[in-house]
Design a protein around this ligand. Structure first.
Ligand SMILES: O=C(O)c1ccccc1N[C@@H]1O[C@H](COP(=O)(O)O)[C@@H](O)[C@H]1O
Length: 228
């Protein structure tokens, strides 16, 4: 079981995630988000991330110019693409930066999963998130979940991660229902938008690790996140 804490905005939040046993830390580069990080701050925050803790940059429909700036400024282990990037664009970004790419797919009903194989061909991982509500200002980070039963018994050819409205209280049920071996959380461990609570980070990570049977910290790039 591997846990990603997304939207880390301070070194204290990074320390809380690492201490809790999370494997991934997400930095949001999307100005409309309350979790958006100026690049100067990101450079400082990323220094608090130890070896083995996967450093993920989240972007939304970013241009090459913006991605260039991010990749040139901070050391990264993965790019999370959380917009309407096509499979061709995902492949282009992966080739351009030589970094593993995790593509987010928004799900509200079964047919939303139909695009998943196309992305699994070009991305290193898939992030299955709740589809954002129509009136939402953000494409993710809304604290909204979906019917996890849509995923039970499904398999894909690449590692995948479950997201969307996960909290310390529901993550165990989400894992048991979907069989996820990786989970991602943002608003579910916050006391206000953009402000993580170390106790909620600890509670979430402990609940996920207990439900998933624990397991080593580390990246899922070895393929061990593949659903079985
Ligand atoms: O967290 C954000 O602000 C954000 C902004 C734009 C796109 C995605 C964002 N977060 C991702 O959304 C999911 C679910 O978040 P939540 O736990 O429901 O709040 C997660 O993958 C975040 O990485």
């Amino acid at each position: 079981m591997r846990v990603k804490i997304c939207g880390l905005r301070s070194r204290a939040e990074v320390r809380a995630a690492v201490t809790a046993g999370a494997s991934y830390g997400g930095l949001v580069f999307f100005p409309r988000s309350p979790r958006h990080l100026p690049l100067g701050d990101a450079r400082w925050i990323v220094q608090a991330m130890p070896d083995g803790f996967t450093r993920v940059a989240l972007t939304v429909n970013a241009s090459n110019e913006n991605l260039d700036r991010i990749v040139e400024t901070i050391p990264l282990d993965m790019l999370q693409l959380h917009g309407a990037e096509t499979p061709e664009r995902v492949a282009e970004i992966r080739a351009r930066y030589g970094l593993p790419v995790m593509k987010a797919i928004g799900v509200a009903e079964e047919q939303d999963l139909a695009v998943l194989p196309d992305y699994a061909r070009v991305a290193d991982q898939i992030l299955i998130d709740a589809r954002a509500p129509k009136d939402a200002a953000l494409p993710g980070g809304n604290g909204v979940s979906f019917d996890w039963r849509l995923l039970s018994g499904r398999r894909w050819s690449v590692p995948w991660m479950l997201a969307g409205g996960l909290t310390p209280s529901n993550v165990a049920e989400a894992i048991l229902t979907t069989g996820a071996s990786q989970v991602d959380v943002s608003s579910g461990v916050e006391i206000a938008p953009g402000y993580k609570d170390p106790r909620l980070i600890a509670a979430f990570t402990a609940a996920a690790l207990a439900a998933g049977g624990g397991g080593p910290r580390g990246s899922a790039l070895d393929g061990s996140g593949v659903a079985v």
